[in-house]
Design a protein around this ligand. Structure first.
Ligand code: PDD
Length: 287
């Protein structure tokens, strides 16, 4: 349960935490965010998440509300006050509050900063990983700058809701050429028929996943080659394995795509091995 929420410098009880109706995040999705895993009370991959936050802010021209060190203090204090040992911490920065106008407000407008932390059951996540998840594909109708971690998540919420209604656990976006871009809130991977690990190269069509970057480090350590190229749903359905990566799903095996079994329909052995190896490489914040 989230008990305390950080809003603009104050730690408020959940029920009292609020932002202004004319917040740019609320009216325009003019905001960026990060989600980090909390594992045994410590942040995973803090440096990469904060670096991406700074990049997202820079791309939108939102002034940096605080230093790296100050972000670290807010994240830790929010985790501590919510007594989260295993779960996530969510950080959002909007361009701030201004009378509604598409044009950016005065540059001295103070960004709105929100941070909340929440427990997640690691038992539940591990039992899901032991079973794998089902994917439904969906046309990628998101905007052309998916590399920025903005809160314009309407297409993602629609895709996930449709996937759930059709009995799947998650969705993969497909671009107009028929290639998978990424998951609705995760990066997409396959182990192709030739035994090559494949994920789409970074460009404006996908979010540069922190988990993706750290998994590339894991693969280097294990001496496993990766090919960064696009793949289709048909190729993924015929692949040996498929999986997704994100701060909250880590490495999550995919066992069906649009109702078709991937491999033998069980979580892939490589995916499970990489899931197990992930925290040996990921940055672990000091206690
Ligand atoms: N989402 N692609 C998209 C569209 C995402 O929203 C996410 C993460 C990722 C994976 O990024 P990372 O490995 O840095 O978590 C890829 C977070 C978890 C969320 O919105 O809850």
């Amino acid at each position: 349960m989230t008990r305390i929420v950080y809003v603009n410098g104050r730690y408020l009880p959940y029920a009292e935490a609020a932002i202004h109706p004319e917040d740019r995040g609320n009216q325009f999705g003019d905001a960026v965010y990060e989600v980090c895993e909390v594992r045994e009370g410590r942040l995973t991959d803090e440096t990469r998440h904060l670096a991406r936050l700074e990049r997202s802010l820079g791309e939108l021209g939102i002034p940096e509300p605080m230093s790296r060190a100050a972000w670290g203090r807010v994240l830790r204090e929010t985790i501590r006050r919510n007594r989260v040992r295993n779960g996530l911490v969510y950080l959002q920065v909007s361009r701030g509050v201004a009378r509604r106008d598409f044009f950016f407000p005065a540059p001295d407008t103070l960004p709105t900063v929100i941070c909340l932390a929440r427990r997640l059951s690691s038992t539940k996540a591990e039992s899901q990983a032991a079973k794998g998840i089902a994917i439904q594909s969906t046309p990628d109708v998101r905007w052309g700058r998916c590399d920025i971690k903005t809160v314009m998540l309407l297409p993602a919420t629609m895709a996930k809701q449709r996937a759930r209604e059709s009995g799947a656990n998650d969705a993969w976006f497909v671009d107009e050429k028929g290639y998978v871009t990424e998951g609705a809130s995760a990066n997409a991977w396959i182990l192709d028929r030739d035994g090559k690990l494949v994920t789409r190269a970074l460009d404006n069509a996908i979010l540069p996943g922190v988990t993706r970057a750290t998994l590339l480090d894991v693969l280097k350590r294990e001496g496993i080659a990766v090919v960064e190229r696009p793949f289709t749903i048909e190729e993924a359905q015929g692949a040996r394995e498929a999986f997704i990566t994100s701060a909250t799903s880590l490495v999550m095996p995919v066992v069906t795509i649009d109702g078709k079994q991937v491999g033998n329909g069980a979580p892939g052995l490589l995916a499970l091995k990489l899931r197990a190896a992930f925290h040996e490489v990921a940055e672990r914040a000091p206690a």
